[in-house]
Design a protein around this ligand. Sequence first.
Ligand code: SF4
Ligand code: SF4
Length: 445
Amino acid sequence: MGGLRGGQPPSTVAPLAFLPYPNADAPSEDLIARCVHCGLCLPTCPTFAVLGVEMDSPRGRIRLMKNVWEGRLGADAAAFDDHMNTCLDCRACETACPSGVEFGKLVEGARSQIVAARNASLGERVIRFVALDALLPHRRALAAFARFSYLSKRLGAGAALRAIGTVSHAARRLAGLLELVPDQAPTSEGLPRTVAAHGTRRARAALFGGCVQRAVFGATNAATARVLARNGVEVTVIEDQTCCGALHAHAGERDGARALARRNIAAFERAGADVVVVNAAGCGAALKEYGWLLKDDPAWHDRAARFASTVRDATEYLAEIGLREKPGPVRAKATYDDPCHLLHGQKVREQPRALLAAIPELTVVPLVEADWCCGSAGTYNVTRPELSRQLLERKVGHIKSTGAELVVTANPGCLMQIQSGLRREAPAVRVVHLIDLLDEAYGAS
Ligand code: SF4
Ligand code: SF4
């Protein structure tokens, strides 16, 4: 058993002389109690499929969370850390679960307790500080880092790191990271504060730019504003917005996620738009859960819930309002890969497919396991490179068997991960964000 912490026991477990979890972000006992151990989620869990270990399945992980509540295991136990952090947080188990177990909330709660309970090494603390505090929330710093990574890759740093990687674990990790960097140079949004609606205005949307999206795929944000405007939506770009905090929450850093959430809520309230539109699935899922993230903060909970209710993924929103302007033809064979945090996190499945169907002459073929994680999963390709690679190879294999020349998705992490896999296996296949494709189709109309 790992270390146990002092404090009062929770009311629903046998009396203990200590509090099993360090703080109130612990995985909710009510959510844990919803699990009836039926196992229907097991066939949908990628880590269970690859590893074949019950404790790397949703049911097994819930059992471990319960074990900590019951004092059988410490929140700082190495096994608890390993099984919780081997989870992709892809939430495929939520879609499969007939009992309504919200697994994403559970696993993020568990990770927050691991962070609070254990003594991280100095190296890990430095990496977390640089990534989560010094880069993600700071737009200019992240943009400079994106440009530096792109130039390093162009100058052959990947080959050098791979060579050093034969003796250095850190160099191998960095080489893996560099493989994710897109071949195209980072693009900036270049958007004015307001993009006027074409024709009669139907609504006012505030665009959530996203940190990686703004630093690497700014052109996709510009395309989102153009596509919305073409369909009668005025778009506002808010300067003082920041990172959504999804990667902080995934990494168990809930205080950091909450601080960013408060800044975003205040910034978007000032904009007073009808709807907040986001084109990065991971960010969208996080924004929609601000109410949960701030549930224990009386000053912010209602504001967070109100803000969350106005958030829409760009594909969801366009399908909801309907395309007023018909896209032009795109003569290509495409397949669609569901981002986990759009499909499982936001339950948005049909809307992206409906938008693809609206593009004339685009042939869309189904992708086997389109609802499976590609192995990107936030920072999973960095923290669990081997498992991530196995999932990516599986995804690339399915993509190749479709014969598609375009892979369409709707999240920057998935885009970079799939691109890195196809670069080796099928370089002629292009990976594109759905909104960029729609924008191209409008350009052709
Ligand atoms: S979130 Fe994904 S990897 Fe984690 S338990 Fe659920 S299905 Fe498995
Ligand atoms: S499907 Fe739901 S209830 Fe059944 S084992 Fe999985 S998490 Fe538990």
